[in-house]
Write a protein that binds this ligand. Sequence first.
Ligand SMILES: Cc1cc2nc3c(=O)[nH]c(=O)nc-3n(C[C@H](O)[C@H](O)[C@H](O)COP(=O)(O)OP(=O)(O)OC[C@H]3O[C@@H](n4cnc5c(N)ncnc54)[C@H](O)[C@@H]3O)c2cc1C
Length: 387
Amino acid sequence: MTATAVDFIVVGGGIAGLSVAYELAAEGSVAVLEAESAPGYHATGRSAAVLSENYGPALWSRLVTASRAFLERPPEGFAPVPLVGPRGALFLAMEHEKEALRDQAAGMAGRGAAVELMPAGDATRLCPVLRTERFALALFERDCLDIDTDALMTGYGRGLRARGGRLHTDARVGRLSRRAGTWTAVTAGGTFEAPVIVNAAGGWARDVAALAGIGPREVVPFRRSAATFDPPAGTDIRHWPMTFDVAETFYFKPEAGRVMVSPVDMAACEPCDAQADELEVAIAVDRIQAFTSLEVRAIRHRWGGLRTFAPDHEPVIGPDPAAEGFVWLAGQGGNGVMAAAAAARLAAGLATGRGVPGDLAALGITADGVSPGRPCVSAPEVPTEAA
Ligand SMILES: Cc1cc2nc3c(=O)[nH]c(=O)nc-3n(C[C@H](O)[C@H](O)[C@H](O)COP(=O)(O)OP(=O)(O)OC[C@H]3O[C@@H](n4cnc5c(N)ncnc54)[C@H](O)[C@@H]3O)c2cc1C
């Protein structure tokens, strides 16, 4: 079969793959190869879909800050509906966590975010069902946003096509090889060739690197569970903020007329079609009933999803030092939707050799800081026996 030759192959049709493909399509021809029959089936379709500048480690938070403008004011014609809407986020600290919360507030204010610190008891004006007696301090991030993930994915897909790029579904990459400066990717849906390949395979990123003969790389998926239930009849929950505790034992938010809750579990697992863990859902119910006056009578929907991390939880973006033309866009953890716009520009800049975009460099993002070659990611090779 003849191979389709392009300038860039992108492996993975989640938010990472579609967003970087959109950016790269401005530079050359792009083929996105997605294993499933539709884009966004895995982590991207299972997220809580919020943007908070107070969520995730330092470099991801900066990429979130740098993504806000795109989401609030996308390019002309990108989407017929707004990509984001108001939500607000509330973070609750116990007595011994007050200093940590104050530090977070100072860090956010330093990046220009609007933050309000208040005694925990005052937080009931934002979410009346909270039992605040166990908490001492609350931080309200007014500008936390709900993201319309479908509209964002559709916008990237449409923009990609308009720039001449193509998404190929049912195209799991099963073999990868490099000869004479060209990568060849073999899928059930055809063979593709390009000098540069971008690994945006989410929970499978390590496996795709292994196909390319790279490894081991410590970029590992963890399962998270979530569920929804009905609020009390007649309660208007639309304006409740996304509410977290600082110790990270639960969060909840309004979700299409229901309450979404997660016990913020993080169980190491193999890449797979992740399902909710029943015990974790029970823990989530227990916590929401302990920290609010809500009563969970029936779970309406439950699901699991993969969040993929490097050991330091920071981005894994840029060329792999062990393989020419092999570029990573992985390790998004819980920031992959909210930070996609800036992460995609960063990956495209590093894939094309243009380097870190100026606005991201100004935020302290460096190629070394996100490199897949940094020591914690490129795990030491297992020593071989002397012959
Ligand atoms: C419960 C939960 C809540 C979350 N909440 C938020 C939130 O509020 N905000 C936020 O920003 N993020 C959130 N996240 C994280 C976010 O969902 C992820 O960071 C993001 O979706 C990762 O996108 P991705 O494209 O890297 O991965 P994915 O969406 O998993 O895409 C990877 C794709 O690669 C494909 N693939 C794998 N191997 C191959 C192969 N060999 N060949 C071809 N294709 C392949 C897969 O089929 C998959 O479609 C949450 C995650 C979970 C689970």
